[in-house]
Design a protein around this ligand. Structure first.
Ligand code: AKB
Length: 347
């Protein structure tokens, strides 16, 4: 008998960390985790198996198909927006070819199991591209189908992979005489910037939020790379995990869309700074905008409309801005760094 498992790619990334810890603690699933980097040892006890390997390695993925019954794939591995701009073709390879490989794996799995494999895909506000700061300020809560003109490689990759998800769900091999339907049950969330008390993101453009907070808690100076008035939607990690699991468990017939916005609160960088400064009055934070990264933030919406997620699968964040900082981020970040010797308090 093949064991029923869930597969998590990008296991050592920020969302992977939160998801494995949550699912591991609940004991609800056998987790097969993949990452190109070694996994944080604290996550190992929660995994049925950890594989250090590359999602571009089809031999590796083929072995997984043969060995396990994969019920759900959480495909979290990707190269984020800032890092992707330094090597766009490499980012395209990981973000698009990697996703294609996992979609193909879902089809193969489905033919073993005779049922659709759920494919949970985190897309991003980077899939949007507002044409100017003026448009951004006028736009209000942006809906899923508006402003789908991203200016980053990462944003283009996310938007295209959303389309691939739709193709694999409804139209895969549509001209084949032996076309099999309902092999992939693709479900996608467009995440805002995420903030975790446990991990610090690398390579993103919304990273100034978490970086400012973690630097202040460690007593390190921080130069914020966007203007004080830069505004983006954010969400804390427990809500990101909640949204992924709510969407995974939603009855298929309730889902009117494949792609859903989710969000929680939309502070400016100045408002994040004020909250951080209140919690850590000694914090040494200055604003030194990096013009190219600022330009990317200026094309991302200040807020998104998540009413479809609320309506179709009961989405509601547990943390508004006040609770996010006062009940989650500040106390757990403070506890985290007070336990560690200063020399090891980097990540
Ligand atoms: C990034 O900044 O690239 C990510 C994202 C908004 O998807 N955090």
């Amino acid at each position: 008998m093949r064991k029923e498992v869930i597969l998590i790619t990008g296991a050592n990334g920020e969302i992977g960390h939160g998801l494995i810890e949550h699912l591991g603690k609940s004991g609800e699933a056998n987790i097969i985790a993949i990452d190109v980097q070694p996994i944080d040892e604290a996550l190992l006890p929660y995994c049925e198996r950890f594989i250090q390997g590359d999602i571009l390695d089809n031999m590796l993925l083929g072995r997984l198909v043969a060995e396990f019954d994969i019920r759900t794939i959480f495909h979290l591995a990707s190269i984020l927006s800032t890092k992707a701009e330094y090597n766009p073709e490499a980012a395209h390879k990981v973000n698009v070819e990697g996703t294609l490989n996992l979609l193909r794996l879902a089809v193969d799995q489905s033919s073993w199991q005779g049922r659709a494999v759920k494919f949970l895909y985190p897309s991003s506000i980077a899939a949007y591209g507002l044409l100017s700061l003026e448009k951004k300020n006028e736009a209000g809560k942006v809906k899923e189908w508006e402003w789908n003109t991203p200016i980053t490689m990462y944003g283009c990759n996310k938007l295209y992979c959303e389309h691939l998800g739709r193709y694999y769900s409804y139209h895969y091999r549509q001209l084949a005489a032996d076309q099999v339907k309902n092999t992939v049950d693709f479900r996608c969330l467009r995440f805002p910037g995420l903030i975790s008390s446990v991990t610090i993101p690398t390579g993103g453009t919304s990273d100034y939020g978490p970086e400012m907070l973690h630097a202040a808690a460690q007593g390190k100076p921080y130069k914020c790379f966007v203007r004080p008035d830069a505004r983006l939607p954010f969400m804390v990690m427990p809500d990101a995990i909640k949204s992924l699991l709510l969407l995974e468990n939603a009855p298929k017939e309730n889902l009117k869309h494949l792609v859903y916005n989710v969000t929680s609160f939309s502070p400016t960088a100045e408002e994040i700074y004020q909250r951080v400064k209140k919690a850590f009055p000694q914090a040494d934070i200055s604003f030194e905008p990096h013009l190219a990264r600022q330009k990317i933030v200026d094309t991302w919406p200040a807020d998104v409309d998540d009413s479809a997620a609320c309506r179709d699968w009961g989405w509601k964040p547990d943390y508004d801005e006040e609770r996010a900082f006062n009940d989650y981020l500040i106390p757990s970040i403070r506890a985290r760094y007070s336990k560690r010797p200063a020399s090891s308090a980097l990540n």
